[in-house]
Ligand binder design. Structure first.
Ligand SMILES: *[C@@H]1O[C@H](CO)[C@@H](O)[C@H](O)[C@H]1NC(C)=O
Length: 418
């Protein structure tokens, strides 16, 4: 019979080896370049073998999507798409089909751009996609399609951030804000679409970009305020994410470290990218609750949407962001704990059965909504049908109401799943 030590020794050796490899991996994460790879996953192209200048490959109609380039003030070139509303396309199909295809060297000469610029009823969605891939990967194109089929004139603008797809450069927290501002300036200055007719739609890491952007613009004087912001599968901040993030929804990369909070805190000290969405959103809400803006009753309209079966970013993140935003609507020194808000939600949220539930909170200057759906995972959820909300704040509770609401001239976009 082998002695206990003969069994234990190799076992302990293997264990020590595994711990060593993990420790080595964790110490690699203190290197900023490697952090960027893990956080942005921008070199994981996902649309290998596809050409982002041929949107027809994703089932779009000929010239429904115009690929073009945007220059950032710091010299990067961003690859972008302009998606035409389906109904607008139908009305101009013949001319659109006859235009040249592929990357537009001058977007302003294209019919699609004129249809965006010259129609005073156009509504625009500025879209910020998640980590990894390009604007053509995963459920993203389906998501643009859902948006562009919504009503007669919802246009969508999307960029690949610096370092992603065929955009130049390397991603960073500040760089992505510059990219977002570049797209916003293009929409407001070049295309002339006022922010009141623009909604920001974002998913996953894009939500951090969206919050960073809306916070930045809201703090301008006078503030630049969009019609609304829709955040799908957001995260509270990178530090909270390190505790819960699962790569591809399965590998809890840093959970072993989370057992030892001081070690995780130490690692977070080295992580350059912070994306403090919960603080920025709270600051935005607090700021807009305390200032007067001419012509704007509702200064913010924020919707958080998360699926219960999201394995990449668990929906507790939406709970946490919602809590910070709600807490910011109270006049200091009043405040609310997480559990206090949970108790209120238990009583006041609107149950939607298998559609999940919805909770709305009115601040002095606007509205914050949390919508937790039962099904939708991390990505598929963004391709779900979209419903538009009109100025009288019709709720989209079911398909009949949704269809009716779409018929109204809309000002604000919201998303609902039924
Ligand atoms: C809640 O609001 C109070 C008062 O403004 C503030 O001091 C506190 O830090 C906030 N708490 C959170 C979790 O944001």
């Amino acid at each position: 019979m082998p002695s206990a030590s003969a069994v234990l020794k190799p076992l302990l050796g293997t264990l020590a080896g595994l711990v060593g490899i993990y420790a080595a991996f964790i110490s690699l994460l203190t290197i900023p370049t490697l952090q960027d790879h893990v956080i942005f996953l921008h070199r994981v192209i996902l649309t290998w073998g596809q050409d982002v200048n041929t949107p027809e490959q994703w089932g779009f109609l000929r010239n429904q999507v115009s690929p073009f380039h945007l220059k950032t003030p710091d010299g990067e070139t961003l690859h972008a798409w302009h998606v035409l509303p389906l109904e607008t396309y139908r009305q101009h199909q013949l001319e659109l089909r006859n235009e040249p295809i592929g990357l537009c060297s001058n977007i302003q000469e294209r019919l699609s751009f004129k249809l965006l610029k010259d129609d005073p009823t156009v509504q625009l969605v500025i879209y910020f996609h998640g980590a990894a891939g390009t604007l053509g990967s995963g459920w993203r194109p389906q998501s643009y399609r859902a948006l562009s089929a919504t009503s007669t004139n919802v246009h969508v603008l999307i960029i690949d951030y610096r370092g992603f797809g065929s955009s130049t450069g390397w991603p960073s927290e500040a760089g992505l804000l510059t990219d977002a501002l570049t797209l916003t300036n293009f929409a407001m200055e070049t295309a002339g679409i006022p922010p009141e007719r623009t909604t920001v739609f974002a998913q996953s890491i894009g939500t951090a970009v969206a919050v960073s952007l809306t916070h930045h613009l809201a703090l301008q004087s006078p503030p630049v305020l969009f019609a609304g912001t829709v955040l799908v599968a957001p995260f509270a901040d990178v530090e909270s994410l390190t505790r819960t993030y699962k790569v591809a929804g399965t590998v809890p990369l840093l959970s072993p470290l989370a057992i030892f909070p001081p070690l995780l805190a130490l690692l977070n000290h080295f992580i350059v990218t912070k994306f403090p969405s919960k603080e920025k959103l709270a600051a935005l809400v607090h700021h807009l609750d305390t200032i007067k803006v001419n012509g704007r009753q509702r200064k913010y309209d924020i919707t958080l949407i998360h699926a219960e079966d999201d394995y990449d970013i668990p929906w507790i993140h939406s709970d946490i962001i919602f809590w910070h935003a709600v807490n910011a609507t109270l006049d200091p020194p009043s405040s609310m704990t997480f559990d206090e808000l949970e108790k209120i939600k238990a009583k006041e949220k609107v149950p939607l059965g298998d559609g999940g539930w919805e909770m709305e909170w009115k601040g002095k200057g606007g509205i914050i909504r949390e919508q937790i759906v039962k099904h939708g995972l991390h990505d598929r959820i963004m391709s779900y049908p979209v419903c538009t909300e009109n100025q009288h704040h019709h709720k989209c509770k079911n398909k009949a109401v949704t269809t009716a609401t779409i018929a109204i001239i809309t000002r604000l976009l919201g998303v609902t799943v039924y």
